[in-house]
Write a protein that binds this ligand. Structure first.
Ligand code: SAM
Ligand code: SF4
Ligand code: SF4
Length: 342
C-alpha cells in the first residue's frame, strides 16, 4: 500500500558524503522580482519562467514531505521576490499543517509585506527577514533600480506589528556603496526591535558584477559598529537562533544584537545542512552548484512517495559540495557566472 505522505515512511536522517545532515530547505516560489538589486539582478533584461514551469503549491508540499522524510525540519520561502507569488499564504497554510516542520520563515524585500503580513502570520508563518541595504531614498533607488524605500519600511513596520516570532533585517554590505550606513542600520534595528544581519557580498548566482574589492569583511563590519556604539561581545550559540544558522551573533552593552554572515571570507561549508528547491522544481545542494536535480519530472509523472524519498536520499547521500570554501581557495577570483550563462 502506498504511504499517504512521504513523512509516513520511517527513515533515519540522511547524511551526505561529508556526514552533514539535511535540515534546512530554502524554497524559491518564483524567479521574478520587483527590484533589480545590483548584487543580484544587475542586467537590463531577464527571461522569467513561464507559469506552467513553476511547481504548484501542492507539488511543493509533496517535495517538502520527501525532504522532511530525509531530515528537513526548517523551511524558508524565498525567490526572486516570494510575495509576488499569488496567494502565498495558502502555501504557508499547507506547510504549517506539517507538524514535522519546526520553523517556517520568509525572506522578502518587504515591498508587498504591509498588505500581507497579517494574513501570513495567521496562516502560520513564524519568522520574517526583510532585506534592506540602505535608509536613504536616493541610494535605495540606485542600489535596487526601483523607488521602494517607503514601501519597504512600511513592510518592516507591518511585520513588527503582526507579531511574528522574529523579524530580522538582511543587509548586504558593499564597499563604497552602503558601508558608511552600517552604524545607522544598527541604530534603526535597535529603534524598531529588529536584529540586523550584515552579509558579506557574495559571488553567487546573479552577482555578475562581483569583485573582491567590493567585499567588506566581517572584522571591518564589526569595527565600524564598535566605533559608534562601543564593544561587541560574541553571543554564545545557545542564545542564538534555533538552528545551525550561518550568522555569527554579537551583543552591544545595551543588549542590542547584530549578526554577521561571513560566507565570503570565512565560509561554513563544514556544517552546511542547507538545500534549495528552485521555483521550477530543481534541488540544488549548494549555493554555488551549477546544476540542480530535477524533482518536477518525477512529481508530475506519478512517482510514488517512496520513490521521491529514495530520490532525495540518493541526491543527499552523494553530496560533497563545499562551494564557498573552494571559491575562497581560488587565487584569481571573479564573478561566478556571467550574464549569458544565467
Ligand atoms: N527578494 C527577496 C529578498 O531580497 O529578500 C528574497 C530573495 S534574495 C535572493 C535573498 C537574500 O539574498 C536577500 O537578503 C539578498 O540581500 C541576499 N543576496 C542576494 N544576492 C546576494 C549577494 N550577491 N551576496 C550576498 N547576499 C545576497
Ligand atoms: Fe530581488 Fe531579492 Fe534579488 Fe533584490 S535580492 S533583486 S529583491 S531577489
Ligand atoms: Fe553550504 Fe554550499 Fe554555502 Fe558551503 S557554499 S555553506 S556547502 S551552500
Amino acid at each position: 500500500m502506498q504511504p499517504e505522505r512521504a513523512t509516513d515512511i520511517p527513515q533515519p536522517p540522511a547524511k551526505d558524503a561529508l556526514q552533514r545532515p539535511l535540515r534546512n530547505l530554502r524554497i524559491s516560489v518564483t524567479d521574478r522580482c520587483n527590484l533589480r538589486c545590483s548584487y543580484c539582478m544587475p542586467e537590463d533584461a531577464y527571461r522569467w519562467l513561464p507559469r506552467r514551469e513553476l511547481l504548484s503549491f501542492e507539488e511543493i508540499a509533496r517535495a517538502v514531505d520527501a525532504l522532511t522524510a530525509c531530515g528537513v525540519s526548517r523551511v524558508r520561502l524565498t525567490g526572486g521576490e516570494p510575495l509576488l507569488r499569488r496567494d502565498l499564504s495558502h502555501l504557508v497554510e499547507l506547510l504549517a499543517r506539517r507538524t514535522e516542520l519546526e520553523d517556517i520563515a520568509l525572506t522578502t524585500n518587504g515591498l508587498r509585506l504591509a498588505s500581507q503580513a497579517e494574513e501570513l502570520r495567521r496562516a502560520g508563518l513564524g519568522r520574517v527577514t526583510v532585506s534592506l541595504d540602505t535608509l536613504r531614498s536616493a541610494r535605495y533607488a540606485e542600489l535596487t533600480r526601483r523607488d521602494g524605500l517607503a514601501q519597504a519600511l512600511g513592510g518592516i513596520r507591518a511585520a513588527v506589528a503582526a507579531g511574528f516570532a522574529s523579524v530580522k533585517l538582511n543587509t548586504v554590505v558593499m564597499r563604497d556603496r552602503n558601508d558608511d550606513e552600517i552604524p545607522d542600520l544598527v541604530a534603526f534595528g535597535r529603534k524598531h526591535g529588529v536584529e540586523v544581519r550584515f552579509i558579506e557580498y557574495m559571488d553567487v548566482g546573479g552577482a555578475t558584477r562581483w569583485s573582491p574589492a567590493d567585499v567588506v569583511p566581517r572584522d571591518e563590519i564589526l569595527e565600524r559598529v564598535e566605533n559608534r556604539f562601543g564593544p561587541l561581545e560574541p553571543v554564545q550559540p545557545a542564545d542564538g537562533p534555533p538552528s545551525s544558522a550561518p550568522a555569527q551573533r554579537f551583543r552591544l552593552e545595551d543588549g542590542t544584537t547584530i549578526g554577521v554572515i561571513s560566507s565570503t571570507t570565512a565560509p561554513f561549508c563544514g556544517s552546511c545542512d542547507r538545500t534549495r528547491l528552485t521555483a521550477d522544481g530543481r534541488l540544488f545542494t549548494c549555493l554555488y552548484a551549477r546544476d540542480g536535480h530535477d524533482l518536477r519530472e518525477p512529481l508530475r509523472s506519478g512517482a510514488s512517495n517512496t520513490e521521491l524519498v529514495a530520490l532525495v536520499r540518493g541526491i543527499w547521500s552523494t553530496r560533497d559540495d563545499r562551494g564557498a570554501e573552494e571559491r575562497l581557495a581560488l587565487e584569481d577570483r571573479g564573478a561566478l557566472a556571467d550574464a549569458d550563462e544565467l
